[in-house]
Ligand binder design. Structure first.
Ligand code: BEZ
Ligand code: MG
Length: 578
């Protein structure tokens, strides 16, 4: 969909592949679970929201409840074994058939109960009731809990200083045991991280990341910049941590008390690729919650740097030796790879700088990232703890070798344009790399929660978010139902999208044009925004003017004239002139 100029010389096979590719992308947008409104404290989910959620939950294998994925059961019942093997037209048709039946079974379940849904599945897809029973009994309990809501009571109890029952913190699709909501979320034992499941999932994701880079560049990246967040690693029991370990080519080792305190190198013969050099920037929350994990990550880097292996198979060793020679620095300093804020500090502030338009050159956004994040954590070769020591030069040098940056996305609930934190971190590190390495890195995100692991470039992810949310009437009408706050959310998405231009040049022109056409040039829509929240409408048009002014959006001059007029009209309205 990025390149719509079809060459006339396509063979029919090539044309078919393009059509299939397009179809695959449409399906991806259609099937993406999006929030269709804001969460209202104390209000349980509505029947249609419940159906969407249950369908998603039922699309995953649930061995812990002895329940198979409904999609697999239907595919097996219809004898479509390779329905999920992607891209072939037969498999796409099969997938559509499976999805349609699963959707109607869930609808039947929500409207008429488990028995009716099971008999529908039996008649449409020959799924035996014995096979579907465990799924539906799981869905029954989840559905019941989705309708219980004690958030308001808990909130009031918290204000009174009363006890609030606790529950695990996770993504609802990933771990339905988080229900009912309104409990006091508890975190994790950092010594349990990464879990065995997290490590095995991480292998698949990290291998796909490397495969994608190699398919684009023909070789492995010299170093990879990783962003690790605390909440994500709580929710996934350390999938991000496990990805870092797997890229380095080490395995976590548990001690006699079942605590992960050591790592062991995976032999190169088993790894069958070089050990990657990883530069980790961890959030302040991660630093606070995962202190032993930070030590583990640092130990992993130092262990790998000391392995007696050919340099072309151990990028950590190669880069550490190279750096200690070239810069005449100690190996200890050259091996620093875990960076965070100074103790007691949080965030990069890149988001605030972008939102306040307080910058002239994009380089200053990357510099700010490094200023905030250049504090090293770990333990040196003499066993002395490094606990937030300023290490700006070490970070500059480590980032100068980075050729790919990456962040794991683990939730359906929050995407890269929902909040400003993704661009402050992944965008911030990418801008910092661009100046220090002299080239923009390849920027990737993963969707580790999907059934099929998917690595996307940042540009692809911005397009997908735009199509699935910002420009999707189902999403923005859902937001507009909330009135004032909904308009603020739309503006938020546009401003966060702009953040990806500022930090990473990752936004296509059509995206800004689409925003202008949908929200401002459509006079009915503009009137609605003006009536509900003229302030946010004014910020929104201002953001588009800024995108154009800073050279991120090549727009038709007539369109810009009209946007300037709209900005003026909104200003007058806010000042009470009209
Ligand atoms: C974290 O979980 O580490 C995190 C959450 C929000 C923003 C940044 C980091
Ligand atoms: Mg552009």
């Amino acid at each position: 969909m990025t390149n719509s100029n079809a060459s006339p010389r396509l063979t029919s096979a090539e044309r078919d592949r393009r059509v299939l590719d397009l179809y695959e992308q449409l399906l991806e947008i259609e099937q993406r679970l999006i929030p269709t409104g804001l969460h209202v404290l104390g209000r349980p989910s509505q029947p249609h929201e419940r159906a969407d959620m249950l369908r998603m939950i039922a699309s995953f294998e649930r061995p812990e409840a002895s329940a198979r994925a409904l999609t697999s059961l239907v595919a097996e019942g219809l004898e479509l074994p390779d329905y999920n093997s992607s891209f072939e037209s037969a498999s796409l048709e099969a997938r559509e058939k499976v999805e349609t039946i699963v959707t109607s079974a869930i609808e039947e379940f929500v409207n008429n109960g488990a028995a009716a849904a099971a008999s529908l599945l039996h008649s449409k897809a020959k799924v035996s009731q014995d096979d579907s029973r465990p799924v539906f009994s799981l869905l029954e309990s989840i559905s019941e809990q989705l309708q219980v809501n004690t958030e308001m009571e808990s909130f009031l109890a918290a204000l009174r200083g009363d006890y609030i029952p606790s529950g695990p913190g996770a993504d609802i699709v990933q771990n339905p045991a988080i229900l009912p909501t309104g409990r006091n979320t508890h975190a994790i034992n950092p010594y349990g991280v990464p879990s065995t499941v997290a490590f095995s999932r991480a292998r698949v994701v990290a291998d796909s990341l490397l495969e994608r880079y190699v398919s684009e560049q023909g070789r492995y990246p010299n170093a990879i910049g990783l962003v690790l967040w605390g909440l994500d690693n709580i929710k996934t029991q350390g999938e991000g941590v496990a990805q870092a370990l797997w890229l380095l080519g080490v395995r976590p080792v548990r001690d006699a008390l079942n605590r992960v305190t050591e790592v062991t190198p995976i032999p190169l013969a088993d790894l069958r690729r070089p050990r990657m050099d990883v530069v980790m920037t961890v959030s302040g929350i991660f630093r606070d919650l995962f202190s032993p994990t930070i030590q583990l990550l640092d130990k992993a880097v130092r262990t790998v740097a000391q392995l007696d292996e050919p340099l072309e198979m151990n990028y950590v060793r190669r880069n550490v030796l190279d750096q200690s020679c070239a810069a005449h620095c100690e190996v200890d300093d050259a091996a620093v790879r875990v960076f965070s804020n100074a103790p007691g500090n949080y965030g990069t502030n890149v988001n605030f700088m972008v939102m306040d338009s307080e910058w002239e050159r994009e380089d200053s956004l990357g510099d700010l990232f490094v200023t905030r994040k250049c504090f090293a954590y770990g333990r040196d070769s003499k066993g002395l703890v490094i606990d937030g020591r300023e290490a700006r030069v070490a970070m500059d040098r480590a980032l100068a070798r980075v050729e790919a940056t990456y962040q794991n996305i683990d939730t359906f609930e929050i995407g890269i344009t929902d909040v400003d934190h993704y661009f402050e971190y992944l965008g911030g590190i990418s801008r910092a790399v661009e100046k220090r390495a002299g080239a923009r890195p390849s920027i990737y995100l993963s969707d580790s929660l999907s059934e099929a692991v998917k690595i996307r470039t940042l540009e692809e992810t911005v397009r997908l978010e735009t199509r699935a949310k910002t420009l999707n009437p189902k999403w923005y009408e859902g937001m507009l139902n909330h009135g004032f706050r909904g308009v603020a959310e739309i503006e938020n998405h546009v401003s966060n999208t702009f953040g990806w231009s500022a930090t990473a040049d990752a936004v296509d022109d059509w995206i800004y044009t689409g925003v202008a056409e949908t929200f401002l040039l459509d006079s009915r829509m503009l009137e609605r925004l003006q009536a509900l929240n003229p302030h946010s409408a004014h910020v929104l048009v201002g953001r588009l003017l800024e995108a154009h002014g800073r050279g991120y959006w090549e727009a038709d001059p007539k369109l810009m004239t009209r946007l300037n007029e709209i900005a003026g009209e909104l200003e007058d309205q806010l000042e009470g002139i009209r």
